[in-house]
Design a binder for this molecule. Sequence first.
Ligand code: BDR
Ligand code: CA
Length: 338
Amino acid sequence: MKRVVIDTDAGVDDSIAIAYASRFPDVTIELITTVSGNVPVSEVTQNVLYLRGILGVNSPVFSGAGAPRSRELVTAPEVHGEDGVGGYRKSEGISFRGWETGGAASEIVRAARKYGRKLTIISLGPMTNIAQAVMLDAAAIKGIGNVVQMGGVFSGYGNTSLFTEFNIFVDPESASFVLESGVKVTFVPLDLTETLFLPRELANELLMKINESSPDLAQLFRKALNYYIDYHKRNDKLDGCFLHDAIAVAAAIHPEWFRFIGSSVSVETQGKLTAGMTLADFRKKAGRESSRIAVAFDGVRFMTDLSRRVFGYRVGTSTVSQKCLRERFVADFRNHLR
Ligand code: BDR
Ligand code: CA
């Protein structure tokens, strides 16, 4: 049995990631904690509570940081909607009262103390809660099995400022604090997650299929995914979307589908143009690598597994190879010099 804590800023791809994590019979989601990122934490918590209900999951939910460690919150309503799920929850008037409020960081610590090496934290948003947990009890967080972080970009361009990925951009101080504390982090960076995308056509097939088994989930995902795909179409000229956070869940649960490189990672916190940039020198083997970075994975395996578990749809491996895998653009000066 694998025990996980999910820390999330849900978020469209976070919602798919949580649904995915909930569909492994040998994985227990011990706790879900929420953090401001894609949308403010109050919206995130509402999304998680709604998802928990329709997924039939009974993991406790605790809300966490409303703002980054030492800067103003930046959100992404243009990507995920004002409510984080493409406007679905707001349009349906779904809201919850009387939920457990606050305490995310101390609950993460409590789980870390209780389960130690058996626990994996899957962090799908800015690292604010994780940093607070480290402040409360660094030894407990160092003692867990793994912290898997969706975030960072190590070669090529980012998705927020020029060289930054959103989760690290929002709270670079927390990311830096966690790394400096000696907690080993497994990064699932943008370089990797942007090599796979879900085309609109396949998304529609998945939505039709899930409607038969989970109409509530189908309605939520229909609105959320369409909003998210429309953003990618406008912004990335891709008629589809990325599944960043679900890939991080796969890296936590099925690390054997991934190739990792050990490296020390630093986070820029000062730069006017580069705050939030993640740096790893892959040439050096310093012998004290603080992190692991996922550099390759079996995207076909991931996509077929996700489709089956979340949507009840057996998508063919050749469909995935032909339609979902993509080369990510990386600047190469030599091409410009030719
Ligand atoms: C990350 O930022 C958020 O928008 C997504 O949910 C994901 O966690 C991708 O950069
Ligand atoms: Ca996220």
